[in-house]
Design a protein around this ligand. Structure first.
Ligand SMILES: NC(=O)c1ccc[n+]([C@@H]2O[C@H](COP(=O)([O-])OP(=O)(O)OC[C@H]3O[C@@H](n4cnc5c(N)ncnc54)[C@H](OP(=O)(O)O)[C@@H]3O)[C@@H](O)[C@H]2O)c1
Length: 338
């Protein structure tokens, strides 16, 4: 198969091109080469999609399948205008941030409502427009469906993507924290759901979709699992079976300015409930039936730890610092004392 990856210089795009190359496909990546580098041995075509004719270096070429990861509606539209007639199958990597309601658990891609598309003046969901990430992805999804048609397009709404080369501070925080050992601050309750997808599992499914012509709109993530099991499995994966977890209630954390999800003073992968009770608890029965295969988190954690150790300078700072965690744990213990 001739596969074109629009992107391919970082994380998911690199995983798709690496796995496609290993499977013997003829892979081309088109990007600027600004965010990272393509996989060694994969054909790289320099392309700046900020320009309407940015993909002109591919003029005249035909591809069996395309995988696009863009967040910018103009990038999606220009690529579709340039390539739609010369491509068999089109996968678009979207996000579960397209959904209109983050509070209801158990929603399915087939029936959940999505946000409105981005307004015409918003094309890049960064800076003052960062809140338009979901709407921009909705616009991109629509452009793909409208141009390629539903029979030849695969819209894959990824959940949190985790594993080696993850440029964020989210999953890597828990891998590094549990590998360090000692008393670990765990947010909320052991029953709270968490949901994510290993980067290689998602990449493999994208490849499977391209190879088999899978069409439709699906969520790209593992089935939800209780946070207690998640932390225990990550700990086991990094050689710390039976971690010493202290569960601290949400309100206590919020009062002490411990922040959700990502960034400074945060506990990654933790989101306030009930507002986000549906964000990490989606029903992915349809995706699993359509070929998505997911591995246990212990395996992802072990691979991520190897990568963190090999490339410590690539890991983004974030999460609770050890002194901040120790302070919250001290205060929690004091508040529990009779
Ligand atoms: N990370 C998560 O947890 C998560 C969760 C849900 C959904 N998603 C979605 O999953 C996908 C992740 O993709 P990814 O890991 O490959 O990372 P990404 O950061 O989305 O990659 C963007 C790619 O597009 C290229 N690009 C950006 N601007 C360009 C331009 N002007 N011209 C040409 N190429 C350009 C970049 O390469 P150059 O900069 O080198 O040009 C890079 O290869 C995205 O669609 C994201 O929205 C991510």
């Amino acid at each position: 198969m001739r596969l074109l990856v629009l992107g391919g210089t970082v994380f998911l795009g690199r995983a798709v091109s690496r796995l496609a190359q290993e499977a013997g496909h003829d892979v081309t990546c088109a990007a600027r080469g600004a965010s990272g580098r393509p996989v060694t041995g994969v054909r790289f075509v320099k392309a700046d999609r900020d320009r309407p004719d940015g993909l002109s270096a591919l003029d005249g070429e035909r591809f069996d399948a395309v995988v696009d990861v863009t967040r910018r509606p103009s990038h999606a539209r220009h690529a579709l205008a340039a390539l739609a007639d010369r491509v068999g199958h089109w996968s678009y990597v979207s996000t579960c941030s397209v959904y209109a309601d983050d509070s209801v658990p158990g929603q399915r891609a087939a029936s959940a409502e999505v946000k409105e598309p981005a307004p015409a003046e918003v094309d890049n969901p960064v800076g003052e427009h960062a809140d338009f990430y979901g709407p921009c992805k909705v616009s991109c999804e629509r452009a793909v469906r409208d141009t390629i048609g539903v029979e030849r397009s695969f819209i894959c709404r990824a959940g949190l993507i985790v594993g080696p080369e993850d440029p964020s501070d989210r999953f890597p925080y828990w891998v590094a924290r549990l590998a360090r050992g000692g008393e670990v601050l765990a947010p909320g309750t052991p029953e709270d759901p968490v949901q994510f997808v290993d980067v290689d599992d998602l990449a493999r499914w994208l490849l499977y979709a391209a190879e088999t012509g899978l069409a439709g709109t699906f969520d790209g993530m593992s089935a939800p699992m209780p946070r207690g099991r998640f932390l225990a499995e990550v700990a086991a994966g990094v050689g710390r079976a039976d971690p010493d977890l202290t569960w601290v209630e949400q309100d206590f954390l919020v009062e002490r300015d411990v922040r959700p999800w990502t960034g400074e003073r945060s506990l990654p992968l933790w989101l306030p409930s009930p507002e986000y009770a549906g964000f990490l608890s989606r029903d992915v029965t349809d995706s699993l039936a359509a070929g998505l295969r997911t591995r246990p988190p212990a395996e992802t954690a072990a691979r991520t730890l190897d990568w963190l150790r090999a490339y410590p300078d690539q890991v983004k700072a974030g999460g609770l610092e050890p002194a901040q965690e120790a302070e919250v744990l001290r205060e929690w213990a004091a508040a529990r004392r009779p």
